[in-house]
Design a protein around this ligand. Sequence first.
Ligand code: ASP
Ligand code: MG
Length: 465
Amino acid sequence: MAVMKFGGTSVENADAMQNVINIIKTEKQHKIPLVVLSACAGITNKLEKIADAAADNRSDEALHWADEIQKHHETIAENLLKEPQTVASLKALIKEYIDDLKTLINGVDIVGELTARSMDVFYSYGELLSTNLLAAGLKEQGVDTFWLDARDVLITDDNFGKAQPLWDLTMKSLQGMVLPELQGGNVVVTQGFIGRNRSGKTTTLGRGGSDYSAAIFGALLKRTKIQIWTDVDGVLTCDPRLVPEAKRLKVITFNEAAELAYFGAKVLHPATIHPAVTENVPVYVKNSKRPEIEGTLITNDPGLLEGASYDGLVKSIAYKTSQSIVSIKSNQMLGAYGFLAEVFQIFANHKTPVDMISTSEVSLSLTINNTQRLRQIMHDLEHKAEVDVEHDVAILCVVGDKLRSSPGVSGRIFNALKNVNIRMISQGASEINVGFVVAESDLQKAASALHHEFFTGHFNEKIFA
Ligand code: ASP
Ligand code: MG
């Protein structure tokens, strides 16, 4: 039995939802699936804007955007559903959710403060709305369907905005509420991303967390597979917008997938990997717009990996744009201790994650993506050191399990990039990636050169499609 997770673009409008319904119908002939959905594309971001506006005394704007969200889902209901009665009852339900959202907006406006706890309630409307629409569509088209409030099964800790599941409780409620429905022949449709703590308050797993929900459900219910349906054909050797000759990987290991995710391949939330790996549930990444394509299988199962051995070094090249390099230079670093701790504390104080670092005796370069607090960070750092910032750079990263045991990789990278100015380089502790930083204007050139170096002549049909 499958857990099928559909991302925001797979449910963005009525056509996309109809596609999803068709995919579910096909899967159902086989075995009754558990379906996990994201919010419709763009809605989670909009809810974030709404929450910010409410906290910022701009509730007029917030309420206006809430109306837009209502309209968006009403339009899907009108285009997806045939029966006027179903359309009407769905619209009434949408209105109920939007009324609640508006109450929340007014509350936050009055208090003038947005806590992580309230943010999670804002977020929850996206997934609650999308799942209700899809469930109604399935039912209307004759598919026995049970709409499940994920918060009744995904029980989490109190870490609002970044909650972790409480495994035993979640397992128990899944077994009590989901298994009987599936066994009774109902497709179960539920939300990704959201859960509830033990006192019943809505929590979320962090942005992009629907994949994690799917993996949690798949692992706990010991499903035979987890499908992550998205808008790309699977995991590719590189983003085809950068390198048109990029190919799809038929299979990769969990380690490789995790590294790619950390380094910006938008296919999988890194945390997804964890529960699926523990229970060894294979994960398939597939394109909901082109379901006939087999996608990419991510697994550590030796049986499934059989025949997938590959004599090339690199499996894929990932990248992240919109990075900034912060270079810190200080003689205080020489032979001293505690300096780096102080530097990182400053970034921590400003809640700014650091992605890549490289150090020498008296200097340190690091990359950040979130520059919202950069001015304050600079201010704090300048007491201690000389600081330089370079914007518009990208992290590029080559990933492959074989990098671990292969000498000469950096030589090949440098050689391939001889015409590109490499701003930073670092080999990950996992030893299966080498990452470096280039100017965004060099990104395409660098990616093409690397792709050519590592893949041309290595397109083994067993693992590339
Ligand atoms: N809708 C949530 C987000 O956009 C969760 C998800 O899509 O995975 O972050
Ligand atoms: Mg998503």
